[in-house]
Write a protein that binds this ligand. Sequence first.
Ligand code: FAD
Length: 437
Amino acid sequence: MPEAMRVAVVGGGYAGMAAAVELAARGITVTVFEAARQLGGRARRVEHRGTALDNGLHILIGAYHETLRLIRLVNPAHQSALLRSPLEWNIHGEFHFSAPRLPAPLHLLGGLLRASGLSFAERIAAARFLAAQRLNGFTLERDISVERLLEQHGQSEKLCRVLWRPLCVAALNTPPAVASAQVFLNVLRESLNAARAGSDLILARVDLSALFPEPAAAYVRRNGGEVLTGRRVTAIDPVENGFMVEADGQRQTFSHVICALPPHQVNAFLIGITALSELAAAIERLRYQPIHSVWLQYPESIALPSPMLGFSRGLIHWVFDREKLCGQRGLIGAVISAEGAHQDLAQDELGARAHLELRQRLGRLPAPLWQRVIAEKRATFSCTVGLKRPPQATPLRNFYLAGDYTASDYPATLEAAMRSGIRCAELVAGSRHPRRV
Ligand SMILES: Cc1cc2nc3c(=O)[nH]c(=O)nc-3n(C[C@H](O)[C@H](O)[C@H](O)COP(=O)(O)OP(=O)(O)OC[C@H]3O[C@@H](n4cnc5c(N)ncnc54)[C@H](O)[C@@H]3O)c2cc1C
């Protein structure tokens, strides 16, 4: 009986808010506890000098079906909040691929045939690689590294540099030498092997808190739930009738708990519960990869040739023009994914290097008016070969894990986070013996 349930969602990132929306939509009473004042977690708005930045620029793809469905459900302005365009891969001055409006997989074939920056033999090699994966159902008998997979399929140094490596790092946030080829193939299957729309690139035209978590909170409240920000949970203890959740010295009892915390913070709550000790050990073994975002505010006249542009051979991987996305004139966001030598640079130096690289590639560029570097040291887990991720259901009845690190075909992404939250809500709704509180 859903009326008997009272669910605590701990963590108001995309996973927690997806769980809360799904529960509220089913008429199940839910309370979200979020430690920060801002909802969104690793995909959130950061205010700087009166400008709304994001902690990191995010790319969505058309295959993010659940993310897009929930954004549509809760955000009345969803159409203007997203910029959707057919797949385009532009590595400045080196490679340009754009998918024509043809049915899949002809859009890929057509795009590869007319792509600039690769020899004919390289374009055929890329098409052969995709055809071979299609034939194998995008499945490997045994997981290997992305680098090894590309070697096995004779992908040239240039193909790897301008296409496969940036794709692997953008999707898995893990260097190809150690990244899981199976998860990489999952991404290719979802994005490139399904309908053409699956490969569309989607960028937010609003900040990441406004895109989903904030309208999700409004939806939850409208449907009888609570979303509490600035409430750090300090204890979750199994008790006779469910779980006691403590936040800010106040204790409440819930029939179910969905723990939607980042993996490096979840163990503090699992460690004392005997039934969860194996799970805690598996989460403890996860390793992490950083993402650095460099925001450069130039005079308003400065703009990029397109909303998103890739670079190879330098520190910066992608740059985004926020004027073309959010109307913020002269604001450029640069992204450096995964580990590397840039981690040794001080933030000022990193900002200066980013500006220098932009100037080398784009020509004359005045000094930025200000810069802000946001280093997310544990942006995602390291998506390595053969990694086993914990399922959403745990050995402790009515206690679930949501988050991008839980079991999913997707790497640590918004879609993995949202799917995990939805899965937890389904498990709660289907749980057979809800304890009355
Ligand atoms: C810089 C960067 C760039 C990225 N780029 C992309 C991209 O381009 N595309 C993509 O799909 N994904 C991208 N990702 C990954 C994506 O942001 C994450 O996978 C997703 O946001 C994870 O959501 P989550 O809800 O699982 O975890 P989180 O967002 O970490 O949410 C956990 C929440 O729990 C809260 N919390 C922690 N402790 C407590 C406590 N004790 N009590 C209450 N609340 C607590 C935190 O404040 C947080 O809000 C990027 C990530 C980063 C960091």
